[in-house]
Design a protein around this ligand. Structure first.
Ligand SMILES: Cc1cc2nc3c(=O)[nH]c(=O)nc-3n(C[C@H](O)[C@H](O)[C@H](O)COP(=O)(O)O)c2cc1C
Ligand code: SF4
Ligand code: SF4
Length: 434
């Protein structure tokens, strides 16, 4: 069976699935359930000295929506939208001390790690809470510079407000690095222009890794009642955010080379594997455990093992960053790649009843002939849009042969910028009627 062990910031994890700092880690009993479900690690819900942020958690509001923005009222699917507002750990950090030790020991017995998380009022708080975490024997601490909610709590400065300011993020990291020896992970906010710059700044200040990313701030509306869902702006996530998160994992992995914990957009093992292939050393799984239960984690871990066995990945390292390494560094690299062209299987094609591809080809390579799709390969740029939208699998993308190249396939058509070029074949309504 595939080996799921990973090394992250000098720590060995039995698998890369770490439960994010979130409600399923807001009590010792819940943390133990995460370890029982097989987590490689669990991050305690952010420990704090900010009373309002603890109180906010006691006033949490959740709205689970489908892709249309309607409340689900039932089983959530992978396109769920989780719109919610909560704060930090609802119990004061000092009261957590005996439980941190207990949960760390419980995790260690199951070959798993309990990781600390901090969100404090002032620099002294960031130092004290981080120090407490280390003193309790936890092997890693995450600084929560990503929470969307402090920005809407009057008098509170923290979370994404720090994560949007490279100087402040570096300063808090530096102060914490002065008082702890355990690796520091900085959790980034996506609510900003350049998380890579923040990753750079905190690395210079002593962070061993970053988490990319916490959630976005959103605003969702119930149009039937013309009111905001759950009263107004809140954190928002779901698998729809995954490609946005992966972008930052990819860039930080490629450009800075520091370890990244992937977060924001996981439903099942396939999403977790995407994060790993983008360059994440471990992944953090959060809101899906709130809508499907902590036991869902076991399925995600088993799914990853199955995938690795099926695909022949002997260990997680074999998947780590492989898609990132294959990604174009800049778009002009595409120019040097061989072009493909669309080939129509007229046996499978339902034209003239169907004209979808003709309508979707924006390069004038497809038109309506007498009862069949007419293909103009000299105009086909190989964009693959027709291939994606054909409902009957009647289009294949073919490689260009040298002979086709010599015959002028994919040369820029003569006179492409002349005005009469825009008597577009595909959009001539008469040509696609029927
Ligand atoms: C209800 C809720 C509470 C959260 N609380 C915290 C928190 O206390 N500290 C923190 O660092 N992140 C918190 N997060 C963010 C999660 O840890 C995680 O980064 C985010 O939900 C994205 O991962 P996901 O797509 O797997 O949910 C919270 C998220 C949700 C939905
Ligand atoms: S979309 Fe497919 S089935 Fe429809 S006309 Fe094009 S090739 Fe034929
Ligand atoms: S691959 Fe693109 S350019 Fe070529 S026929 Fe299809 S939609 Fe048109």
């Amino acid at each position: 069976m595939a080996n799921t062990e990973v090394e992250f910031c000098g720590l060995n994890f039995k698998n890369p699935m770490v439960v994010a700092s979130i409600e399923p880690t807001n009590s010792p009993d819940l943390i133990k359930q995460c370890f029982d479900a097989g987590a490689g690690g669990a991050i305690v819900k952010t420990l704090t000295d900010i009373e309002d942020m603890a109180q906010l958690t006691q006033n949490s509001k959740y709205s689970v929506m489908n892709a249309q923005g309607n409340i689900i009222h039932g089983k959530p699917a992978r396109d769920f939208v989780f719109y919610s507002r909560s704060g930090y750990a609802s119990t004061a950090y000092k009261d957590w001390i005996p439980y941190l030790k207990e949960c760390q020991a419980y995790g260690a017995e199951r070959d798993a790690h309990l990781i600390g998380s901090v969100g404090a009022k002032e620099i002294s708080g960031w130092r004290d809470i981080s120090r407490t975490i280390e003193d309790c024997g936890l092997p890693m601490v995450e600084l929560n510079f990503g929470c969307p909610h402090p920005a809407m709590m009057p008098g509170v400065h923290g979370g994404s407000m720090i994560g949007q300011d490279p100087d402040m993020a570096a300063e808090v990291t530096r102060q914490v690095a002065e008082v702890v020896d355990i690796p520091i992970v900085v959790k980034l906010t996506p609510d900003q222009a350049d998380p890579v710059a923040i990753a750079h700044a905190v690395k210079g200040a002593g962070a061993a890794a970053v988490t990319a990313t916490n959630r976005y701030t959103g605003f969702a509306i119930d149009i039937d009642t013309a009111t905001p869902q759950i009263g107004g702006p809140a954190g928002i996530g779901g698998t729809w955010t995954k490609p946005l998160s992966l972008r930052w994992v990819h860039r930080i992995h490629q450009e800075i080379g520091m370890p990244v914990a992937g977060s924001n957009g996981i439903f099942d093992h396939r999403d977790a594997i995407e994060f790993i292939m983008a360059g994440a050393g471990v992944v953090q799984i959060g809101s899906v455990l709130m809508i499907k239960g902590i036991k869902w984690l076991t399925k995600v871990i088993e799914g990853m093992e199955r995938f690795m066995d099926e695909k022949g990945y002997h260990d997680v390292r074999a998947m780590h960053g492989i898609a990132s390494a294959r990604a174009a560094g800049d778009y002009s690299e595409q120019f040097a790649r061989g072009r493909r062209y669309a080939a129509i299987d007229h046996g499978a094609c339902k034209n003239p009843t169907c004209t979808v591809c003709i309508q979707m080809c924006f390069y004038e390579a497809l038109s309506q002939a007498d009862g069949k799709v007419d293909m103009h390969p000299e105009s086909c740029i190989g964009c693959e849009l027709c291939y994606d939208v054909c409902p009957f699998g009647a289009i294949a993308m073919a490689e260009t042969t040298p002979a086709q190249h010599a015959a002028g396939y994919y040369d820029i058509p003569e006179g492409i910028f002349e005005t009469d070029k825009f008597t577009t074949r595909r959009n001539n309504p008469e040509s696609i009627d029927g």
